[in-house]
Ligand binder design. Structure first.
Ligand SMILES: Nc1ncnc2c1ncn2[C@@H]1O[C@H](COP(=O)(O)OP(=O)(O)O)[C@@H](O)[C@H]1O
Ligand SMILES: [Mg+2]
Length: 438
């Protein structure tokens, strides 16, 4: 296992287009980092540069303390995990997992191979499937076989490129949990690429958001959600996406399409002397005013809105409310929408209400939000003017503590499970120790 350090990495393809443009990122030993961004933002290119399948145009790539810019893929000791196509259909699960060991002819005895394959199979709960062929396994089991192959290679790090994108939603959810659990158990440095923000939010210790080859923000999922640095990150993270509303400033009042908000100190220091800003409000931060008690109602802003369509989802409902945007921010929001691979729906607000709400299609709703939830963005640069760096760091370190505790718990449990006949599994690094077994 090792750290991976990217310094100012650039990749220009033949036509000179910078697919990756000056990316710097420190991935710590044992960390699980997600690279996320819309299609075409350079995620696969970056991953392929790390693994050695793509030349580095400029910048430096280190694995541990070694600069590996010019090292061949096999000398980097990384394992790339693919979805389906990397399994050999005519070989059993055992042989599929053993494959990288057999490639290194004569290096391992039969007993060593068996030992390592069984270790991987135990870790991935594949023991009872070792004699089966890939065709007879479920998608999730096949995915685990592919991971088993990465485990026996004793790689410095695992690299995943959208491994779940071919699976249906339910299996994707299961595999997500599976991968998170396996990574925790093994403690292997992992870089995982996805365009799916839900996957990014649920899997990673830290999430790196890419836009057009450039890193936008690297933070824990919760810090990205609560303290996005700019419009792009704010719009990308969260589902349904954050609402962006034009906010016109006159005196001490901020006028939104539906409501007037008194400008308090926090908003004032963000707005400065701007006359027009973009306001961000998450759908889940709006509530149905009719179901609130007086104290809560009085502590926020209540506004009337004509609801167009309601989607009922059981635990909550989404209400869509059309509005006219201000022409001076329309261009910026359209550009943002294109970058986000959006569907051009920025002129309706979506609110996520609790299931007790009686709001229906065509309702004249009375809605509520807490102005402390409003984010203020610069309409030119897209910068989040309400971004609070110390709060973001605080959330990050809290997340790191939780993560460390989870890691320790997972590894203790794995040791308990594999203890007994395997005395060598007490303490030490999980991927290295099975080597010493025979
Ligand atoms: N072999 C290539 N030659 C030229 N351009 C490429 C090549 N591979 C990718 N690109 C371009 O680089 C950009 C990033 O691609 P990619 O890394 O595949 O994005 P992602 O994985 O985020 O969808 C895209 O604009 C893509 O068209
Ligand atoms: Mg890709």
């Amino acid at each position: 296992m090792a750290s991976i350090t990217l310094t100012d990495l650039v990749k220009k393809y033949g036509d000179g287009y910078p697919a990756v443009n000056g990316v710097s990122l420190d991935i710590k030993d044992g960390e699980f980092v997600i690279l996320v961004g819309p299609s075409g933002c350079g995620k696969s290119t970056l991953l392929r540069m790390i693994v050695g399948l793509e030349d580095i145009t400029s910048g430096e790539l280190k694995i541990g303390d070694r600069v590996v810019n010019d090292k061949a893929p096999r000398d980097r000791h990384l394992a790339m995990v693919f979805q389906n196509y990397a399994l050999y259909p005519h070989l059993t699960v055992f042989e599929n997992i053993a494959f990288p060991l057999r490639l290194q002819k004569g290096q391992f005895t039969e007993a060593q191979i068996t030992d390592q394959v069984e270790f991987a199979a135990d870790t991935l709960e594949l023991r009872e499937h070792l004699d089966r062929k890939p065709a007879n396994l479920s998608g999730g089991q096949r995915q685990r076989v592919a991971m088993g192959r990465a485990i026996v290679r004793d790689a410095q790090a695992f690299l995943f490129d959208e491994p779940l994108s071919n699976l249906d939603a339910k299996l994707r959810g299961q595999m997500r949990t599976e991968i998170a659990r396996m990574q925790r158990r093994l403690g292997t440095t992992t870089v995982y690429v996805t365009h799916d923000q839900t996957e990014a939010m649920t899997l990673g210790d830290r999430v790196a958001v890419l836009r057009k080859g450039e890193l936008q923000q690297v933070a824990s999922p919760r810090a990205l959600y609560e303290q996005p640095k700019n419009l792009f990150v704010a719009g990308f993270i969260g589902s349904p996406p954050m609402n962006f509303l034009p906010g016109q400033v006159s005196g001490d009042t901020l006028t939104l399409p539906f409501a007037e908000v008194p400008i308090d100190d926090r908003l004032r220091s963000a707005i400065g002397d701007r006359e027009l800003v973009i306001i961000g409000l998450r759908p889940e931060h709006v509530e149905d005013a009719k179901v609130l008690d007086d104290a809560k109602r009085g502590a926020g802003v209540v506004f009337g809105a004509e609801v167009d369509v309601v989607e009922w989802l059981g635990a909550e409902l989404y209400a869509y409310i059309p509005f006219e945007t201000h022409q001076d921010v329309a261009g910026k929001l359209e550009e943002l929408d294109r970058d986000l691979d959006g569907e051009g729906m920025r002129t309706q607000m979506v609110v996520a209400l609790g299931s007790e709400s009686r709001v229906r299609d065509g309702s004249d709703a009375e809605l509520w939000f807490d102005p402390a939830r409003l984010l203020v963005f610069d309409p030119e640069s897209g910068e989040n003017l309400t971004y609070d760096d110390s709060e973001a760091s605080r959330i990050d370190s809290e997340t790191e503590e939780d993560r460390r505790a989870a890691l320790e718990r997972a590894q203790r449990e794995a040791e308990k499970k594999q203890g007994g006949d395997r005395t060598e599994t007490a303490g030490g690094q999980p991927t290295g120790r099975h080597r010493e077994a025979s």
